[in-house]
Design a protein around this ligand. Structure first.
Ligand SMILES: Cc1cc2nc3c(=O)[nH]c(=O)nc-3n(C[C@H](O)[C@H](O)[C@H](O)COP(=O)(O)OP(=O)(O)OC[C@H]3O[C@@H](n4cnc5c(N)ncnc54)[C@H](O)[C@@H]3O)c2cc1C
Length: 413
């Protein structure tokens, strides 16, 4: 069923009781051509592009909970492509371009709001680094603009410029923005289901069926299921699952938290990030002030964060936006992030035959959802890595060809 103003009006006549379910609830088949473990944005996007771009429809997405219940539904939804190295820029810019057409592509409003993201500079070294980043981005064809303190005063009147973190300017990517996280998962799920993909929720994978060094299926809470190819799209749980196939990955899992205030009238225009204060902040479409910071720096699989981090992030936020001191926090939560040394993803085949990896995005993979799915679908369908992900193979950790994006990823999602 296509969503449109007309279908909305027609359904209103029947009191909105005739909308079809957005995706089915199928029982698992004995085997599939491709099994994707993890019903987050990346897993669902991979399934969608496999079916849509490559005609591979004998596919199942296995999700232990509900789709979008992992980091996809827990993140702060910053979407941008302002990275430093050409390899990263090419990948994240492809993603941003896919984002820009996604609502139309999926016939599902993903509520992309390109309101700009500014990274503040608080001392002369950061000003210099910002200009270096801007030049690097310009060489890679990505626009970015330097905002002076006066520009910032105009665009973010509530930002305090003369406090503990003096504001000397900021680098803005105007095309950056945010999108509605659930809608991305649901839109891809609906599009994949429509093309025959099985989305199976409440199905936990707890082992692999191995044939020598080849994966030939998965063991799940709903029985064994065969598969010619298996793709891991389980973010912070990747190293646990890979270990079940005898594979050790250079990933450490940490909790990353975020929190929102009560809703207020429009007060913030852009997404604002301060590496020195260790915070980033934006206002949601509902009016809540959405606040994030750095990782809880100890390995964890508990989907909750500690209060010390909440306190430090809140203090940093109040240094920059003192007028928010009266806001009440409404919710706080965390997701488990798959962090690697060079802050770049791991995408492509693994040393175990038939097992593919989409992981290592750490604190910044939401923006990569469309490109992650697009390139992994190509890789799974053709058996050849998509050119955009050639540099992001697991081998780089032994060859040393790391793509260190810590500067662009740090707390800067
Ligand atoms: C607080 C927070 C803020 C963030 N902010 C941003 C941001 O602003 N911008 C940005 O780009 N990125 C951000 N990120 C990172 C981003 O959320 C993730 O990189 C991205 O969503 C990962 O998507 P995914 O589909 O790979 O994983 P997920 O959405 O986590 O999906 C993985 C799924 O796998 C399932 N799963 C796990 N184990 C199993 C199993 N054994 N069997 C079956 N299913 C299993 C999980 O239940 C989960 O649903 C943030 C993350 C957090 C936690």
């Amino acid at each position: 069923m296509r969503y449109s103003a007309l279908s909305l009006a027609l359904n209103a006549l029947s009191g909105h009781r005739r909308w079809k379910q957005q995706w089915r609830n199928p029982a698992p088949k004995p085997s599939y051509d491709v099994i994707i473990i993890g019903g987050g944005g990346h897993g669902l996007a991979t399934a969608y592009y496999l079916a849509k771009n490559h005609g591979v429809t004998n596919v199942a997405v296995l999700e232990k909970g509900w789709i979008g219940g992992g980091n996809t539904g827990r993140n702060t939804t910053v979407v941008r492509s302002n990275y430093f190295f050409p390899e990263s820029v090419a990948f994240y810019e492809k993603s941003l371009q896919l984002w820009e057409g996604l609502s139309e592509e999926l016939n599902y409003n993903v509520m992309l709001s390109q309101r700009g993201q500014v990274v503040l500079a608080h001392d002369r070294h950061q000003v210099e680094m910002s200009h270096r980043l801007r030049n690097g981005m310009a060489l890679n064809g990505i626009e970015a603009e330097w905002l002076s303190p006066e520009d910032l005063r105009r665009r973010e009147p509530l930002l305090r410029q003369d406090g503990r973190f003096p504001v000397l300017g900021g680098l803005v990517q105007e095309r950056a923005g945010s999108a509605r996280h659930d809608a991305v998962a649901w839109g891809y799920a609906r599009g994949a289901d429509e093309r025959g993909v099985h989305i199976i929720q409440g199905c936990e994978v707890n082992g692999f069926i191995m044939n020598g060094n080849r994966v030939s299926g998965v063991r799940t809470s709903r029985g064994d299921i065969g598969a010619a190819k298996v793709c891991l799209s389980v973010a912070g749980h990747t190293s646990q699952l890979a270990a079940m196939a005898g594979l050790r990955l250079p990933i450490t899992s940490y909790a990353l938290q975020a929190f929102v205030s009560e809703p207020i009238k429009p007060a913030l225009n852009m997404m604002v990030l301060s590496p020195s204060a260790g915070i980033y902040i934006s206002q949601t479409d509902k009016g809540e002030v959405l606040i994030g910071g750095g990782l809880d720096l100890y390995p964890s699989y508990a989907q909750r964060g500690n209060f010390l981090t909440v306190e430090a992030v809140t203090a940093g936020m109040l240094d920059l936006f003192p007028s928010f001191s009266r806001l009440r926090l409404m919710r706080q939560w965390a997701g488990i992030c798959d962090v690697v040394k060079d802050s770049s993803p791991i995408l492509g085949p693994s040393p175990v035959d038939g097992l593919y990896l989409n992981c290592g995005f750490g604190t910044g993979g939401f923006k990569a959802t469309p490109a992650g799915g697009f390139t992994m679908a190509h890789t799974l369908a053709t058996g050849k890595r998509h050119p955009l992900i050639e540099p992001f193979g697991l081998e780089r950790f032994s060859s040393g060809a790391l793509i260190d994006e810590a500067g662009a990823s740090g707390i800067a999602h």
